[in-house]
Design a protein. Sequence first.
Length: 71
Amino acid sequence: MTRRFEFVGGSSAKFWEVTHDGSLVTVRFGRLGTDGQLVNKEFAGPAEAGNHADKLVAQKLGKGYVECALR
């Protein structure tokens, strides 16, 4: 499952996406209009990966990112 978040404010216009697939969490981020960068992280199991993804989402929401539809 992939979730996408965007932040637009001041001179910032950026996106952040997280994908949780089994024990793998993939994060893609960058400026709106670009492909961004990818970071993969493998965990011992799906539960640990899911907890990590949830933690990252909470951090982004706390920073003012807004969840939006995938493009």
